[in-house]
Ligand binder design. Structure first.
Ligand SMILES: *Cc1c(COP(=O)(O)O)cnc(C)c1O
Length: 397
């Protein structure tokens, strides 16, 4: 198809939820760059929204997928699946959890976590059912996940929403305590909030929440769909804090681009599920779990995540230098390669993002005055420098 034909078909046949797409007609990717069918190319500092951590066309990863495709792509969960078993083991042995369930997306992983939390208390004969989440959180687009999301704009059009969800201010233990009740089953938090504008939890907050959960018999769920799987320079974001949750949800980078989500739990919690309580057609299929298994091998290689940490620290230091040079910049935030630049009301994030697009860089305007950067972990320092030069040119010069 010619680019004009793609545009026309999309306008006519695709539901208008992504109206205002950038004029990038994705053809292929190589390294940190995406190539458009009109011959232009872009350094990708969004990486499929934190998915493509290997960038594009990683030969080892591609070969693993090709091998798997030649064996089998899908079979039902009525049978044992070798790559699923491999991924189960790798995830559990490298986390504070003991058992895992595979879904297809972040939203679905969160749905499963809600079900598990409710079943856990039901099985104990308790009537706790409520889930507390944080303001500015994002937990997905399915009806329960969007209800859990602490941002009105995502859920308002879809009321009435399912009952049993409440939100409290993030990084505020007093606010949290004030809404905990006898019905509270679980508290779900992103250790680093993503869609809300890249806000890391404070150490005191996460430690305090863990303490409250222990005292009140409440489950702690970390939604690591965006901040997990190496994004912060640790395999799981909770490892930056030394605070262990009872349930973890992951997705985005887990499949390196192949759709897969998962939730993990401590053994006593996972044991709440009885046969038939949960299930899925696609979740954990041979292709998706082979992808996840290869992803784990790559991430656990010596020095791989240390690089994420050091490149992230470099990127943040350089952003701070820009902040020091301009009164239109307020602060940089984030952990590892999950970063944001907060600007004053004088600067529109969308405008800067559009200008960078014209210059061949993909970033994200996560809020009206906030830029977000989620580059692939293989991003080069020289590529970070190139982006920063252009950013500096637009904002400071
Ligand atoms: C993206 C995201 C989700 C939803 O994941 P989908 O795969 O889009 O359903 C949930 N939680 C967080 C923190 C996310 O960033």
């Amino acid at each position: 198809m010619k680019v004009e034909e793609i545009l026309a078909a999309d306008n006519k046949y695709f539901m208008p939820v992504y109206n205002g797409r950038f004029p990038l007609y994705v053809d292929y990717g190589r390294g940190s760059k995406l190539y458009s069918k009109d011959g232009k190319s872009y350094y990708d500092f969004l990486a499929g929204i934190g998915v493509n951590f290997l960038g594009y066309d990683n030969k080892r990863f591609n070969q693993a997928l090709k091998d798997q495709i030649d064996k089998i792509i899908h079979c039902s969960n009525n049978y044992y699946i070798e790559p699923q078993a491999e991924l189960e083991q790798k995830l559990c042995e490298n986390s504070c959890c003991d058992q895992v369930f595979f879904a297809n997306s972040g939203s679905e992983a969160n749905e499963g976590a809600f079900k598990l939390a409710r079943k856990y208390f039901k099985k104990k004969g308790s009537n706790k059912f409520e889930i507390i989440t944080a303001d500015k959180s994002f937990h997905g687009r399915t009806l329960a996940a969007v209800t859990a999301t602490g941002q009105e704009k995502y859920k308002k059009p879809f009321s009435p929403l399912p009952p049993g969800f409440k939100t409290a201010a993030f990084n505020d233990l007093t606010a949290l305590k004030s809404i905990i009740s006898e019905s509270t089953a679980a508290i779900m938090l992103e250790p680093v909030q993503g869609e809300g504008g890249v806000y890391p939890a404070t150490q005191a907050y996460l430690s305090g929440v863990r303490e409250i959960c222990d005292q009140e018999d409440i489950l702690l769920i970390f939604d690591e769909v965006q901040c997990g799987m190496g994004r912060t320079g640790e395999l799981f974001a909770y490892q930056n804090y030394g605070v262990q949750p009872d349930i973890i949800t992951i997705a985005k980078a887990l499949g390196g681009g192949v759709p897969i989500g998962a939730f993990l739990a401590r053994k006593e919690v996972a044991a709440a599920f009885d046969p038939g309580d949960h299930g899925t057609t696609f979740g954990g299929n041979p292709l998706a779990t082979r992808a996840g298994s290869e992803v784990m091998d790559i991430m656990l290689e010596d020095g791989f995540l240390a690089e994420v940490k050091s490149k992230g620290a470099y990127f943040k230091t350089e952003l701070d230098k820009l902040v020091a040079q301009s009164d239109k910049l307020i602060e940089s935030r984030g952990l590892g390669l999950m970063l944001a630049l907060e600007m004053t009301a004088d600067l529109s994030a969308q405008e800067i993002t559009n200008q960078l697009f014209e210059r061949g860089f993909l970033i994200n305007a996560v809020k009206e005055h906030t830029l977000r950067f989620l580059p692939p972990y293989i991003i080069k320092k020289s590529e970070i420098d190139l982006l920063l030069e252009n950013l500096s040119d637009l904002i400071i010069a």
